[in-house]
Design a protein around this ligand. Structure first.
Ligand code: KG4
Ligand code: ZN
Length: 365
């Protein structure tokens, strides 16, 4: 089965081709066009601008995605025809989602192929099933990734940390999700981005804050750890952001660009986020006796968080499996949408193209 994944929920236009042979995945293409530069001048993603940028790119990217990287006998490139179309239908920005959804509807109509509507958050979870580089493939310098993840056992605890979401989800089996905790205000990625803005760092703030944090002292400033002792699995990050703002305002203007001061704020803020996230994740994993912990979303790209989470799991949950998510699968990409699409397609969970629609507030259920 060859699955075309389409992702346009926010500011990344992405198309992927994922091949399944008896449950073994080969990722043939994962094209990602990031609109970061376009939105940088506005200091955030502008929905109308995002939709227009998706429109401008998607046809060209489709052309590139559908040509096989393997040349056929007569040396002409072969155009591929996917068996299934998997598209992000929500949650996300309405105008942006519509570009992917309308593309999927058109292709389904023209090709007479089935469509799967994929929840974006399910995509972030299923990024964990994507093939990771096989050493042999790396050594032969092939771009194709072909390797199987067959070590993911249920029940699994999924920690989704992105620009729009901070959620803890229990999966007892494929495609079954139970939300056990979420943020009551800002998402953690949103908080990183806002802290970046407060500190006048370039856009987007998340990776910039992480970069400065690597040079700072995480114990320099005692920022609050909101809801760390709340005995539930909910989060709150807006108070932490305000604490950073008040701290920064107290610093004399002449020192506000001092690299050491910025680095210490970033490291201390990042550590506060990590402490809350890890404490809640370990407690949830213990309570629900999970066999696996999975990570997903743009903030999962934070290497310090991945490092500390790995150590905390090793120290507290010796029997629980955790494998780091490769950085290219953390942020938005269509390969993860194709992977989730595969599991729906396996169960014939298709939607007639006429009924396919964008749902900007689609909860993971
Ligand atoms: O999953 P994603 O690409 O888009 C959403 O679905 O929201 O996540 C984007 C978020 C942004 O808030 C970005 O600043 C954050 O992930 N992010 C990071 C890092 N890299 C990206 N946050 C902290 N540390 C990072 N290294
Ligand atoms: Zn995302």
């Amino acid at each position: 089965m060859l699955i075309l994944g389409i992702e346009t929920s926010c500011d990344e236009t992405s198309l992927a081709l994922l091949e399944d042979k008896g449950g073994k995945f080969t990722l043939q293409k994962n094209l990602i066009f990031s609109q970061t530069i376009t939105h940088a001048k506005y200091g955030g993603v502008v929905p109308e601008v995002a939709a227009r940028a998706h429109m401008e790119k998607i046809a060209m990217m489709l052309e590139e995605a559908l040509y096989s990287p393997i040349k056929s006998g007569n040396d002409k490139k072969k155009r591929l025809r996917p068996d299934v179309i998997a598209v992000t239908a929500g949650p996300g920005l309405a105008t942006a989602l519509l570009v992917g959804v309308e593309t999927a509807r058109t292709l389904a109509y023209l090709w007479k192929k089935p469509v799967v509507a994929v929840n974006h958050l399910a995509g972030h979870i299923y990024a964990n099933w994507l093939p990771v580089s096989h050493p042999e493939i790396v050594s032969r310098n092939l771009k194709i990734r072909a390797f199987v993840r067959d070590d993911i056992k249920f029940p699994a605890l999924c920690l989704i940390i992105s620009g729009g979401h901070t959620e803890l989800v229990i999966m007892k089996k494929h495609l079954k999700y139970k939300l056990i905790g979420q943020t009551r205000d800002d998402a953690v990625g949103e908080c990183f981005d806002k802290v970046g803005k407060i500190l006048k760092l370039p856009y987007p703030g998340g990776p910039e804050v992480a970069k400065h944090a690597a040079k700072g002292n995480p114990a320099a400033i005692k920022f609050p750890r909101p809801m760390i002792d709340s005995h539930d699995f909910d989060f709150s990050f807006s108070g932490l952001k305000t604490a950073v703002l008040y701290h920064f305002k107290k610093i004399p203007k002449s020192s506000q660009k001092n690299q050491k001061i910025i680095a210490d704020i970033c490291a201390s803020f990042q550590q506060a986020c990590i402490d809350v996230i890890i404490t809640k994740t370990i407690a949830a994993a213990k309570k629900h006796k999970v066999k696996t912990i999975l990570l997903g979303g743009g903030v999962a790209a934070n290497s310090e968080l991945q490092k500390q989470l790995k150590a905390a799991i090793a120290n507290n949950l010796q029997k629980t499996k955790y494998t780091a998510l490769p950085i290219e699968y953390c942020g938005d990409n269509a390969a993860m949408i194709a992977a989730a699409g595969y599991f729906h397609a396996r169960k014939k969970q298709f939607i007639p193209w006429k009924k396919l629609n964008a749902d900007p507030n689609w909860d993971l259920t």
